[in-house]
Design a protein around this ligand. Structure first.
Ligand code: HAM
Length: 445
């Protein structure tokens, strides 16, 4: 059939089968964040466009090319003195979290906050493997902790998420430091001096980025550009004592946690708000787009938004690349997947033998559901044979067959491969209580 209204490019319909895995990722994210002492926040999905321009940086790819922006409509909304540029669907979660932190007054009433979020982000990128225009991120942001233990804490939470999903030594944690702002100013100048004579030889992206954001030349993926970057000046050569000590402290903490990290001076991140620690977690077989997670410290952001100086550090994990890496590793295992599917399948299928049992079955399913059981029944007037077949296909553990005999005796038997549960007086007026008593054991499937 011709599709008149295809789904927008770079988006996915997450259908029940897809959600078996996605819900598993979501549950794992929540569990890992909450055992790590984080609480959930849900800022809006769109913000004032200026928030992103100010936080992520005017000259970043995300702000320049990838924003989903809508203009404001009403006169009153446009009445601000500056041109607001409208609203933008969030391309990431850090800016909104920092804005919410400030707006709710946390700098005064509880500066230390450990937050997590889970939800859709929007970037108008060229869709390709692992890159979508709407994608899900699981992120953690810790506000109010200046020391390197907080940096180690967020990397540890990210790694625990991957570990809980079954990842092992395949993942690589690449770390670097962006230093303090004064360090970066010195470094920017020496990078400009180094790259300028190379510009004719470098790719057009590099030439374009040279003036706007010279650091990005360091993470250009083009082979020739990478070769040319090999001798670029090192930030560590000009880094001040404070940032250096912080970095050492971070490495020591990772070591104490038994985590192996790799120093990678090419990790400069694509967003402007970072200071000191930056890191990415990669699944190298994915090639140029192998980052499953990115993050770092952004001690200047809350102040940039008008608040007091507030240290902060966080990460975001993309579900899409994580799903691709999981598939490559054949994770979750078949048996885990069967368990995840089983947890969504009905527990009890209620079968009506004749037309006379249609309404008693409807009532039985209602009582089972009240007792907290996932109950299913036929809604299409199918024959008893067809109902049994459907029950078998559904993966339901128990079958409740209601026929004339049961109607006469009033008793009901739930059957499964594992055995039977007799429910006497099941069809009496007190069906709810009878079921609750009979199904005390919640682990019956
Ligand atoms: P980011 O590196 O832009 O950082 O994104 C983090 C992760 O989101 C990436 O490593 C990738 O897995 C995923 N991701 C990004 N863009 C896409 C896309 N178009 N399609 C699918 N997945 C994508 C941030 O967003 C920062 N806010 C991280 C952070 C939090 N830094 C401090 N706190």
């Amino acid at each position: 059939m011709a599709q008149s209204f295809p789904r927008p490019r770079g988006t996915r319909d997450l259908l029940p089968d897809d959600l078996v895995l996605i819900r598993h990722l979501e549950r794992t994210a929540r569990r890992v964040a909450e055992t790590g002492g984080c609480v959930e926040v849900r800022p809006p999905l769109f913000e004032d466009t200026r928030l992103f321009a100010r936080s992520l940086g005017d000259a970043t790819d995300v702000v320049e090319k990838e924003m989903f922006t809508v203009p404001r409509r009403s006169e009153s909304e446009q009445s601000g003195s500056e041109d607001s540029g409208g609203y933008t669907f969030r391309p990431e979660g850090t800016a909104g979290a920092a804005r919410a932190y400030l707006e709710a007054g946390f700098p005064q009433r509880g500066p230390l906050q450990k937050w997590y979020y889970l939800g859709p982000m929007f970037r108008y990128e060229r869709p390709q493997k692992g890159r979508e225009r709407q994608f899900t991120q699981f992120g953690v942001e810790i506000f109010g902790a200046a020391g390197p233990l907080a940096d180690a804490e967020v990397v540890e939470i990210a790694l625990r998420f991957f570990e809980a999903l079954g990842f092992g030594a395949e993942l690589e944690v690449r770390v670097n430091s962006m230093g303090d702002p004064a360090d970066r100013d010195r470094w920017r100048e020496s990078l400009r001096g180094y790259f300028e004579p190379q510009l004719a030889e470098r790719c057009s992206d590099c030439r374009d980025r040279f003036a706007r954001n010279v650091f990005r030349l360091l993470d250009c993926k083009v082979e020739r550009c990478r070769e040319l970057s090999a001798g670029a000046p090192d930030l560590f050569a000009v880094m001040g004592e404070d940032a250096r000590v912080h970095h050492e402290g971070f490495l020591d903490a990772m070591c104490a946690l038994g985590r192996t990290v790799r120093e990678d001076r090419g990790i400069v991140r694509g967003l402007d708000y970072y200071t000191r620690t930056v890191f990415e977690i990669h699944y190298p077989p994915l090639g140029a787009r192998s980052a499953l997670c990115g993050g770092g410290r952004y001690d200047g952001l809350v102040a940039e938004l008008g608040g007091p100086a507030t240290p902060a550090v966080g990460f975001a994990i993309g579900f899409t690349p994580t799903e691709i890496a999981l598939a490559a590793l054949e994770l979750p295992s078949e048996s885990e997947l069967a368990d995840l599917r089983g947890a969504l399948a009905p527990e009890v299928w209620c079968v009506a033998v004749t037309e006379e049992e249609r309404l008693p079955v409807l009532r039985l399913a209602q009582a089972l559901r009240k007792a907290g059981r996932r109950a299913a029944l036929d809604l299409r007037g199918k024959s008893v044979g067809a109902q049994m077949k459907e029950a078998g296909k559904s993966g339901a553990a128990w079958l409740a067959v209601l026929g004339p005999d049961e109607r006469t005796s009033g008793a009901l038997t739930l059957r499964s491969l594992a055995g039977e549960v007799e429910i006497p007086a099941a069809l009496s007026a007190d069906l709810d209580a009878a079921l609750r008593a009979a199904l005390k054991d919640p682990g019956s499937r």
